[in-house]
Design a protein around this ligand. Structure first.
Ligand code: SF4
Length: 305
């Protein structure tokens, strides 16, 4: 594998939902440890110099951070080649315009069902319903995020119906649905099963693309509008780090194993399932120590194979 060029920045560990299949990307971070917008900007500036070219803002739920627009604005000043954010969509009605004005141009919204009852099963939080997320997607489109993507985790047998509903939704809205397999021992559907299912909904054409990590994906263009993006290659085939051979989770490599992550409390994380090879760079960031941060990136790169 080529060295990772993908940098994910968790700006907050808190989330306002509690999805069953959340992979808990954000380290728990105490308030006093949380990186400031300026420290996050410094980290990205050095990451850019170190060769990273794809940047994603994550959480927890990033829109729960009150100064998110300040962070976006500071990152926009760096002219990063590819900056996007992943969100559960619950705050998009309130924040879409502000984030667009701050310079954000791409959003992925996680949405696993359009069925209100099932939504509550996935995300047991009172006061938040699926309609508020659909409304948020509409508002985001109006604000300028016309090409936003919806991340859908194919979770269980009932996901077939969810997929059908979401395909209809992206067809009408001309959006992209990213279909992801759930990563656990009870997985019912292979990527090929999902592909065969998607084909039954009527496709116009498709193209195979290879991403920066060498993984093959299909862009599937639906009859009547909208696109589905589905991986061809299983993550478990890959072993991105030299310590993978000793990993107990190697058959369940989680989504997004390739990016290097910066946690909200300033840890560089090569793989979420690994706790031995994290590097705490909080003081390095606080001291704006560019050489120290470059050295931390270099160390992580050495573990990549
Ligand atoms: S360390 Fe991470 S990337 Fe490597 S095999 Fe384990 S889960 Fe996969």
């Amino acid at each position: 594998m080529a060295n990772s060029s993908y940098f994910r920045i968790s700006v907050i560990s808190k989330c306002n939902l509690a999805c069953q299949f959340c992979h808990r990307e954000g380290n728990y971070a105490r308030l006093e440890e949380i990186l400031t917008p300026q420290e996050i900007q410094f980290a990205c500036k050095v990451a850019l110099k170190a060769g990273f070219n794809k940047f994603k803002i994550t959480g927890g739920e990033p829109t729960e951070r009150e100064d998110l627009d300040v962070i976006v604005s500071l990152l926009s000043q760096l002219h990063l080649p590819d900056l996007s954010m992943i969100t559960n969509g619950t705050n998009l009605v309130a924040l879409s315009q502000k984030l667009w004005n701050a310079g954000l141009r791409r959003i992925n919204v996680t949405l696993n069902t359009l069925d209100p009852k099932r939504f509550q099963q996935f995300r047991p939080k009172k006061g938040i319903d699926v309609q508020s997320i659909v409304k948020g997607i509409e508002v985001a489109k109006q604000a300028g995020f016309e090409h936003l993507k919806i991340n859908f985790v194919f979770f269980d047998k009932d996901s077939e119906k969810d997929l059908e509903d979401l395909i209809e939704f992206v067809r009408k809205t001309n959006l992209t649905l990213v279909v992801l397999p759930v990563i656990n021992d009870n997985r019912l559907y292979s990527l090929d099963d999902m592909y065969n299912l998607i084909k039954t909904y009527g496709i116009r054409s498709e193209e195979i693309i290879v991403d920066n990590e060498g993984l093959r994906k299909r862009n599937i263009y639906l009859n009547g509008g909208g696109t589905v993006l589905l991986r061809i290659d299983e993550l478990a085939w890959k072993r991105p780090y030299s310590f993978c051979s000793k990993c107990a989770n190697s058959l369940q490599c989680r989504e997004g194993i390739f990016p290097i992550r910066l946690s909200a409390n300033g840890e560089l994380i090569p793989c979420m399932a690994d706790f031995e090879h994290r590097i705490n760079v909080r003081n390095i960031l606080r001291n704006r120590d560019e050489d120290g941060l470059k050295e931390a990136f270099r160390k992580i790169t050495l573990w990549q194979q």
